[in-house]
Design a protein around this ligand. Structure first.
Ligand code: HDE
Length: 705
């Protein structure tokens, strides 16, 4: 591999150098003005007398205030709230047969990437865990120039034609008279648009599903959504859709938890990935492609150019061809995450677009939006947007131009500079020579008109708990709509998807139940159910509840086991500082009950030790912690005296162990006499790996999560 002495691949090195060239460290420096003049005092303005007016000549005051007054740029019109991280991509084996794209040829080459995750609807300061689609945008800095796969965490989109995008976004954003609600689709204008635009039906099913409340950016799939083309050296083209599959599996929060996190830690998702990368737990995603031969374009029961349809994996398998590793946090949020500019038209030789009408519109919109957001045509010169491939052309000037272009020639053809820079037919990007003909027409293809079959397929692919979550989501969202007619029309629209679903929506929102509707079996795509994903306890977060007098042997055994399995943990007590075990060993408390609440953890463990448990029994917070974790279907564990806390909690449907045996029911693990701690810890970790214990939701008396 072509590496430098730091073990970095040359491409990574090139990108790092580019960023480093602009990095300024301010440590140990004297404060200066923007002109480099040392400043003697930055706390007091220059005034005429100590109590007199500020003087115009105070250039430091004016410069400081002026810069501050201008330090905001417009937030993205959609996807304003996001978080970017650096990493690299490696292909597993040469993809020569399918594409000539250079970054997909050599498994030894690490292509630097910058990935920005986002929500769609909320403003820049909105909460991370709202119900929404998540953006999953990857910029590859390839040797052939920048390639952006600007995708989402759902494989389809709301609309079929980009001309409807402003309507969609106006409908879902806060209502314009009072700017309410923030970052939410649960309001009248959005559902009004839904009932009047049946092509949204399929995407609404995904939006009401658990996909819209991911547990972590590290546990989210990514999809290019639009259909692209792969082109090989022989000029043969094939249709392709792109996938990212997280090695930690695809997992979600539960709605009640997501809403609470929005208040407890609105930065939950960005903190999660920031902390993971700082700890060296680098998120990894495999890159997959679904490929359709040109001659098979019309072989399927849906139009492969329709972005409201996914390509079922069971029909068109996802071929895994590489992996992205995210291994470095940004140094400056504004410079990197805020200024990065993605654009689906950033493409490299070996790839091309299709006639997907949504994609065609996107090819225009992204560049256009950067012109206003980043203030002119030179945004490609901002360090995070620069390609590692050299840039030579006759584009000149404009706001904030950084490059000092040499010489007098800025036109083509020219003889003064030997006609340089000149195009090159062999290495230059060649558009695929697709034959197109037709009359100019404003009409939707007939092959785009089935809006319900795949929505039904999605519904029928869901497991019972996933179906229940969808019903709950509809009841929340449509229940928040004020207009009765809209509520009824939602029920009627989704009666085309599934009659039982429509009935349940109607019951929940007080609408009339539809007479008859779509029922019975249809095709399914098991791959879209999150129950069929990778299950691992790695990087999950456990809360250990303990107070003075805890059982040190037991807790340290648990901690060692968790460490061994790559599971994180934090000790939570009534007060911060340290607690002492029954044998006087000290343990640091990371959170108290004000700063550490159950919704920020994947599992909870109640430590044994008589005095510790007695203190917890007196403290409503510990009980609330356990109850809430149970309600959210999280793994709950307790050994020795710790079981006493569970016995007085509102946990239902669980029999506690009476003897030495480990009892594991509904994801609640207990052992009265913890001699067999090794086995107990193993089972506790296995239970965490299951993510959630949905079977609890069907136990009578359990509040649904
Ligand atoms: Fe976007 N989209 N979009 N979009 N989109 C933007 O570009 C647009 C669509 C997506 O982290 C904007 O730089 C149109 C589909 C992501 O910076 C804007 C249409 C998918 C991001 C824009 C779509 C996406 C954006 C706003 C046709 C999934 C954030 C700011 C209906 C495949 C990228 C910006 C980042 C951002 C337009 C539909 C994903 C206005 C016209 C489909 C991940 O240009």
């Amino acid at each position: 591999m072509n590496t430098n002495q730091n073990g970095l691949n040359m491409n990574e090195h090139a990108k790092n150098n580019q960023l480093a060239a602009f990095r300024v460290k301010h440590d140990d420096q004297v404060l200066t003005t923007d002109q480099g003049v040392h400043v003697s005092n930055t706390d007091d303005s220059l005034t005429a007398g100590a109590r007199g007016p500020t003087l115009m000549e105070d250039f430091h005051f004016r410069e400081k205030l002026t810069h501050f007054d201008h330090e905001r740029i417009p937030e993205r019109v959609v996807h304003a709230r996001g978080f970017g991280v650096h990493g690299y991509f490696q292909v597993y084996e040469p993809m020569t047969q399918l594409t000539k794209a250079k970054f997909l040829q050599d498994p030894n080459v690490k292509t630097p990437v910058f990935t920005r995750f986002s929500t769609v609807v909320g403003s820049r300061g909105s909460a991370d865990t709202v119900r929404d689609v998540r953006g999953f945008a990857v910029k590859f800095y390839t040797e052939d120039g920048n390639l952006d796969i600007t995708g989402n965490n759902m494989p389809i989109f709301f609309i079929q034609d980009a001309i409807k995008f402003p309507d969609l976004v106006h409908a879902i954003k806060p209502e314009p008279d009072n700017e309410i609600p923030q970052a939410a689709s649960a309001h009248d204008t959005f559902w009004d648009f839904v009932v009047n635009t049946p092509e949204l039906t399929h995407m609404i099913m995904w939006l009401m599903s658990d996909r819209a409340i991911p547990r972590s950016y590290r546990m989210m799939e990514g999809f290019g959504v639009n259909t692209f083309r792969l082109i090989n050296e022989q000029g043969i083209a094939r249709f392709v859709r792109f996938h990212w599959k997280p090695l930690l599996g695809v997992h979600s929060l539960v709605w009640d938890e997501a809403q609470k996190i929005s208040g407890k830690d609105p930065d939950f998702h960005r903190r999660d990935i920031w902390d993971a990368i700082n700890k060296g737990e680098f998120p990894e995603y495999e890159f997959g492609i679904q490929v359709i031969e040109e001659q098979d374009e019309f072989k399927f029961g849906f139009d492969i150019l329709d972005p409201t349809k996914f390509w079922p994996e069971e029909l068109i398998p996802v071929k895994i061809i590489g992996k992205m590793t995210l291994n470095k946090n940004v140094e400056n949020f504004f410079a990197e995450t805020e200024q990065v500019a993605f654009c689906p038209s950033n493409i490299v030789p070996g790839l091309d677009f299709s006639n997907d009408p949504l994609l065609q519109g996107r090819l225009f919109s992204y560049l256009d939006t950067q012109l206003i957001r980043l203030g002119g045509p030179n945004f490609h010169e901002i360090p995070i947007n620069r390609s590692i491939a050299p840039v030579h052309n006759n584009q000149r000037d404009g706001y904030h131009r950084m490059t000092i272009d040499h010489g007098k020639v800025s036109y083509s053809p020219n003889s003064l500079a030997n006609n340089r820079p000149n195009p090159c037919e062999t290495s230059g990007y060649q558009h695929y020579q697709e034959k197109v003909e037709g009359v100019k027409i404003r009409a939707r293809s007939l092959s785009f008109q089935d809006h319900f079959s795949q929505a039904t397929m999605f519904w029928n692919s869901m497991s019972p708990p996933e179906k229940q979550h969808i019903i709950n989501a509809f009841q929340f969202e449509v229940g928040s709509v004020k207009d009765k007619q809209i509520k009824q029309r939602v029920v009627d629209l989704f009666n085309n998807v599934d009659h039982e679903l429509a009935k349940q929506i109607a019951i929940g929102v007080g609408a009339t139940q539809p007479g008859s509707g779509r029922t019975g079996a249809s095709e399914t795509s098991p791959a879209v159910s999150q129950l069929n994903t990778i299950m691992t306890a790695k990087t999950r977060k456990v809360a250990i509840l303990a107070e003075d007098g805890f059982n040190h042997a037991e807790v340290s055994k648990l901690m060692n086991s968790l460490n061994g399995a790559g599971v994180c943990f934090e000790v939570i007590s009534k007060n911060l500082g340290t607690i002492k075990s029954s044998d006087q060993k000290e343990l640091e408390v990371v959170k108290n009950h004000h700063t550490g609440t159950s919704v920020l953890y994947d599992a909870v463990y109640v430590a044994g030790g008589r005095a510790s448990v007695d203190a917890m029994l007196e403290c409503g917070e510990a009980l609330h912690f356990v109850n809430e974790a149970f309600k959210h279907c999280k793994t709950v564990g307790a050994a020795n005296e710790g079981v006493d806390l569970l016995k007085v909690s509102s946990i239902t449907g669980v029999n506690y162990s009476k003897g030495e045996n480990i009892v594991s029911e509904l994801g609640v693990l207990t052992q009265n006499k913890a001699d067999n701690l090794t086995e107990f810890c193993k089972q506790f970790i296995d239970a965490i790996a299951k993510h959630r214990h949905w079977e609890r939701e069907s136990v009578k008396g359990t509040v649904p999560a």
